[in-house]
Design a protein around this ligand. Structure first.
Ligand code: IMP
Ligand code: MG
Length: 184
C-alpha cells in the first residue's frame, strides 16, 4: 500500500507535485478580492484586462463575483519557460480597446518577478487611462525583482513553483481545480 503522503502526488512531465491550495480556499480568496474591487471601483465601469494564458481561470471566476458591472478583455504575454522566468516579457497579443479615461484592472494569475505586470502597466499607462490597478490571484513577494504594486493579491505564497487553476508547467496542468506545488 502506498504511504499516505504519496497518495496525492501527481506527475506532470518530469516533476512531481503535491496538493497546496484547495479549491475552497481559492474560491474564498477570489470572493474576498472581488468584494474589495467592487467596493473600491463602484461607478467606474472598470475594464478588466486578463493576462493570457494563465489568468483565464481566475479572471472567469473573479469577473463573475464582481457586483458593479464592468467589461473584460484579454492580452497575451509570455515570460516563463519551464519553471523559470526568462526575464524577458513578450507580447503575443495586445490590447484593441481605447482605454483613455478608463479605470483598468490588470488580472494576473501570479506576480513572480513582477516583470510582466510592470511591462503591461507601463504599456497601458501610455494610453491615458484614468488609473491602472493590479489584481493577482497569487503573489510571491520573495521572488519580486522590480518595483510593482499589487493592489489586490488574493493569496501570498513563498517562492515555490506551482501549477493548477490556470497555471501551467510547460502548458500542462492548467485544468487542475486545486493548486499543486512542485515536490523538491
Ligand atoms: P513574472 O513576470 O515573473 O511576474 O511572472 C509572471 C508569469 O509567470 C505569470 O503570469 C505566470 O504565467 C508565470 N509564473 C510565475 N510563477 C509561476 C508558477 O509558480 N507557476 C506557473 N507559472 C508561473
Ligand atoms: Mg500569467
Amino acid at each position: 500500500m502506498a504511504a499516505p503522503e504519496n497518495r496525492d502526488i501527481i506527475r506532470i512531465g518530469d516533476r512531481n507535485f503535491v496538493p497546496y491550495i484547495g479549491r475552497d480556499k481559492i474560491h474564498a480568496a477570489v470572493c474576498r478580492v472581488a468584494a474589495r474591487i467592487s467596493a473600491d471601483l463602484a461607478g467606474t465601469n472598470p475594464l478588466f484586462v486578463c493576462v493570457l494564458n494563465g489568468a483565464f481561470v481566475f479572471a472567469a471566476d473573479l469577473f463573475r463575483e464582481i457586483s458593479i458591472g464592468g467589461e473584460i478583455t484579454f492580452v497575451r504575454m509570455k515570460s516563463y519557460d519551464g519553471t523559470q522566468s526568462t526575464g524577458r516579457v513578450r507580447e503575443i497579443h495586445g490590447l484593441d480597446e481605447d482605454i483613455a479615461g478608463r479605470t483598468v484592472v490588470i488580472v494576473e494569475d501570479i506576480v513572480d518577478t513582477g516583470y510582466t505586470v510592470r511591462h503591461l502597466r507601463e504599456q497601458l499607462l501610455a494610453k491615458g487611462p484614468q488609473e491602472v490597478r493590479v489584481a493577482a490571484l497569487l503573489f510571491k513577494p520573495e521572488a519580486l525583482k522590480c518595483e510593482v504594486t499589487v493592489d489586490y493579491a488574493a493569496l501570498e505564497i513563498p517562492n515555490r513553483f506551482i501549477v493548477g487553476y490556470g497555471l501551467d508547467y510547460n502548458e500542462q496542468g492548467r485544468q487542475l481545480k486545486d493548486i499543486y506545488v512542485v515536490k523538491e
